[in-house]
Design a protein around this ligand. Structure first.
Ligand code: H79
Length: 467
């Protein structure tokens, strides 16, 4: 008899609890996202969608050891040095005593970004090591209080960026190896374990710092990271997202503020189902875009985010330009990283590549800024981007493999083109055939990185798929 009742009671408890546990992270019990119409959202996202190309900057104390610890190379990436080399916090902290970036010239950084054609810059305000590059009253573990340099690094960069017409944006890590609430999970080193009794305190700490950042630098994007740690929830993300948009209604926030990302290939949602405005594929370009979903691929130029000595695996300028084109042809943005040295210099191989990208952008940026995804399948010779103008569409053909026979074919477009020209060059013959668009082109490729042909249409482009 007692057993029957026990079983019944257990069943009742399970019945009552199960649905709640199951729904803990589902729509019903989650804090709401701020109300916003589609038009309001489009307006908020507009500059970011038009920009298409930005600079990522990973800078911090990890630039001092630069991928080596006690004479040994550290496998993996610069800014994870503390974790990869199993460095205890007490051994890492004294790096601050050496941090004195006397060569730091924010005006020069902003100019390098602007000259490359980059429209925004996202810099680490606090990476996983918890060290802050801005002046914060929430901790002494910042550049002003803990280093011989003793000055805020971000506010002057924010000003320099504005002078150069580059939007200033900041990265902020949710996991924090130096905050007393957390420690690196010894079994899952990508995560931290939080003392749950201190979680509210840590969230208050984050909010204070983010408020300070907004007051001192007024960033246009907040780029969160480390949201994968199990103690951070979608509810936490939504709450933080709402808090920030309340502080600054024009802010744009990446999808790593919440749990909308699945794995590193997380361009996924970045839509209204989870907190966050855009998806964040890392070190990869998704095979296709998603209609109506904003996303941004972030990528290193070599193999390292933070500065690392002897990382010479530099991507070629050709590769970088073609990555940018590939991303824009799928409707995304390209956030390309540099890892400045502890002295404050962007490494020369990065500067050279950005310089060459700038030369390309000087001639071809019309086919990048404000452009959207290709309406047709990827051609074998390159990529397409589109500009929707008031008087009609312009289709840009980015040719990677220049044809030898004097003709280029684009399958899938059925509308009759109005005109055609080489970007920055002469007009070209174009006609619509049963095969698609046929363009007459010169024998020689005008540009070794990628040559662009602009095809103008009266009205919207019609494709075979529309028919
Ligand atoms: O700041 C740079 C890196 O330091 C940081 N993000 C870029 C922008 C970084 N991201 N990831 N990592 C470092 C490595 C973490 C990988 C994983 Fe996971 C976290 C593997 C498992 C947990 C997230 C969840 C990705 C895959 C599953």
């Amino acid at each position: 008899m007692i057993r029957t009742w026990t079983v019944a009671l257990v069943c009742l408890v399970v019945f009552l609890l199960a649905p709640r546990v199951g729904h803990a992270e589902s729509e019903g019990s989650l804090p709401p996202l701020p109300e916003e119409s589609a038009e309001q959202r489009d307006e908020r996202m507009q500059w970011w969608r038009d920009a298409r190309f930005g600079m990522f900057v990973h800078w911090g104390l990890y630039a001092i050891p630069a991928g080596e610890w006690k004479g040994e190379p550290v496998r993996g990436i610069g800014e994870w040095i503390m974790n990869r080399a199993d460095i205890p916090l007490e051994e890492y902290r004294p790096l601050a005593d050496e941090f004195n970036p006397t060569e730091y010239d924010p005006e020069r950084w902003a100019r390098i970004a602007a000259d490359a054609g980059m429209k925004y810059l996202v810099i680490t305000s606090k990476h996983h090591d918890g060290f802050c590059l801005f002046d914060t009253d929430a901790t002494e573990w910042d550049v002003v209080d803990a280093t011989p340099y003793g000055k805020d690094l971000l506010a002057p960069l924010a000003e320099a960026c504005r002078r150069q017409g580059v939007k200033f944006c900041t990265y902020y890590s949710i996991i924090d190896w130096a905050h007393p609430s957390q420690k690196i999970d010894p079994d899952q080193k990508h995560n931290t374990i939080i003392d749950e009794s201190q979680k509210d305190q840590y969230i208050a700490y984050m909010k204070q710092q983010l408020r300070e950042l907004i007051e001192s630098c007024d960033p246009d994007v907040l780029w969160f990271d480390g949201e994968w740690t199990p103690w951070w929830t979608e509810a936490d993300g939504r709450e933080l997202y709402s808090f920030l948009l309340d502080l600054k209604p024009t802010l744009i926030i990446n999808n790593r503020v919440g749990k909308g990302r699945k794995g590193m290939s997380g361009m996924n949602r970045g839509d209204q189902q989870y907190a966050g405005d855009f998806g964040t594929p890392e070190q990869e370009i998704p095979p296709t875009g998603l209609p109506g979903v904003d996303w941004e691929s972030c990528m290193t130029m070599n193999d390292t985010w933070g500065y690392k000595k002897n990382d010479d695996n530099w991507k070629s300028t050709e590769k970088l330009v073609r990555n940018l084109i590939d991303i824009v042809s799928k409707g995304g943005n390209f956030l390309l990283n540099v890892g400045p040295t502890a002295q404050g210099e962007i490494p020369q191989p990065s500067v050279e590549r950005l310089d060459e990208m700038g030369d390309w952008m000087n001639r071809y940026s019309e086919a990048i800024y404000g452009c959207t995804a290709s309406p047709v399948d990827t051609p074998e010779w390159g990529r397409c981007t589109v500009r929707q103008g008031a008087d009609g569409d312009t289709l840009y053909l980015h040719v990677f493999d220049w044809p030898t026979g004097g003709g280029l074919t684009l399958r899938g477009v059925v509308s009759e083109p109005a005109s055609c020209r080489l970007l920055g060059g002469e007009s070209l013959g174009v006609r619509s055939t049963s095969d698609g668009l046929r363009v007459s082109v010169p024998q020689q490729a005008p540009n070794r990185l990628a040559s662009v042909i602009a095809v103008e249409f009266d009205g919207r482009i019609q494709t075979a798929a529309d028919e």
